[in-house]
Design a binder for this molecule. Structure first.
Ligand SMILES: [Zn+2]
Length: 415
């Protein structure tokens, strides 16, 4: 089963007070003879390390280890079945104490096989998918045939029945029965009608939101006859093309080509959004950079698109009461006054929050300029600070209490 947006949202809402939520990601190694055996050894090592880490946390850790052990053991047993052909990755989210065990197939684009035991599920690899996958349609065409596929989070399914009027030609090549110029003209006419019909289906599908972007698979000679018929709207939504023979291409080939094209498009888009956020932050318009500013904008509900460096690492504290995240390692929450807990990886800690609010999110790779501004940034839908009056009395009070304040109550913020 592949994972849906709603399921990811549900996972993001999950918490285990015992910190025994197990997240397991399996990325198949490239298919070679020994690969499967190597995968199994790696998973056993990860399991041993995870349990060892829990145990090293003292008596409390011992209890956690006992509680997580059943799930970790089950993951290890599962690894025996992951005799993968390299086309799918897998994710498992488990918490035996709360009777939770979910398995999902993922596209085989994970950074690696990983195992985590924590209070929340580890969601970075699936969060990648949310940012990386618009609803994509794949259209395969030649002069007589057309097939449409959906690509959703690594799952490819064919849409049937969109081209009924043309189906009388079946999947044969269709040329055999025609002779002479007259027949040839008829063939050309039919091909033109055919391409027009496809262009219409594409326009309708995009307008109805059946897919947001699409990819064309065909032989080179069919490209311009089809593309010259496209509605401008459909042309704009075209992510890329790959060479394919409608009758012979396999589903795996289609998926691999399409994922490559989506990935390239996303990389460009990420880059573009990242530099936009940086330049907007510089001009104090709708953009912020740096952890402190980004956390504040998240809490103010300003964030439209969040950009996090692939290797972003930062500590923060989380309030055990109201959930406020603070880049300053304060012992007490500046919002509600309760004790805070240290968060080792704030990039992971904000994910449940971001996912539940449907904030668009991208992970930025190898971008020196982005790195310089703190490796985290956001594009804002609005900027609330300029319009807010400052409550000087409250700010002074906070000042006396020694709180450096980046938090949720906007009236305290100085800019
Ligand atoms: Zn609080």
């Amino acid at each position: 089963m592949s994972i849906t947006r709603d399921q990811i949202r549900e996972l993001a809402a999950f918490a285990d007070s015992q910190s025994c939520a197990v997240s397991f990601y399996f990325q198949p190694s490239t298919p070679r003879n020994k690969a499967h055996r190597e995968d199994t050894i790696l998973i056993k090592d990860l399991a041993r390390e995870a349990l060892h880490r829990l145990e090293s946390q003292g008596p409390e850790g011992k209890a956690k280890k006992d509680s997580a052990r059943a799930d970790v053991d089950r993951v290890v047993r599962l690894s025996g079945e992951l005799r993968s052909n390299g086309t799918h990755a897998k994710a498992v989210f488990a918490c035996a104490a709360q009777n939770v065990w979910h398995e999902y197939d993922l596209p085989a684009t994970l950074p690696g096989t990983q195992l985590f035991v924590d209070r929340h599920f580890h969601l970075k690899p699936v969060a990648h998918l949310l940012g990386a996958f618009p609803r994509v349609g794949i259209v395969l065409v030649d002069r007589h045939r057309a097939r449409i596929f959906d690509l959703r989070l690594g799952e490819l399914t064919e849409r049937e029945g969109l081209f009924q009027p043309l189906s009388r030609k079946g999947r044969s090549d269709g040329y055999a029965g025609y002779d002479g110029g007259h027949a040839q003209r008829r063939v050309d006419d039919e091909a033109l009608h055919h391409f027009k019909a496809i262009a219409q289906v594409l326009k309708d599908s995009l307008e109805k939101g059946v897919f947001e972007k699409w990819i064309l698979g065909c032989q080179d000679i069919h490209r311009s006859p089809l593309e010259s018929q496209l509605h401008p709207y459909a042309s704009q939504a075209l992510l890329g093309r790959f060479p394919a023979d409608v009758g012979h291409v396999t589903n795996d080939q289609i998926r691999v080509h399409a994922e490559e094209i989506v990935e390239r498009w996303q990389a460009d888009r990420r880059q573009q959004l990242a530099s936009e956020a940086v330049s907007r932050a510089r001009s104090h318009s709708r953009g912020v950079t740096g952890l402190r500013r980004v956390l504040r904008s998240l809490e103010l509900g300003e964030v439209q698109t969040l950009l996090i460096g692939e290797n972003f690492q930062a500590h923060a504290v989380e309030c055990s009461g109201c959930g406020h995240l603070d880049a300053h390692l304060v012992s007490f929450c500046p919002v509600c006054g309760r004790a805070t807990q240290e968060v080792v990886d704030v990039g992971e800690a904000i994910l449940p929050w971001v996912i539940r609010r449907d904030i668009e999110m991208f992970f930025v790779k190898d971008d020196a300029e982005f790195d310089k501004v703190g490796n985290i940034a956001a594009l804002l839908r609005f900027r609330s600070d300029s319009a807010q009056p400052i409550d000087f009395a409250a700010a002074a009070q906070l000042g006396r209490a020694g709180a450096a304040y980046p938090g949720r109550l906007r009236r305290f913020a100085s800019r």
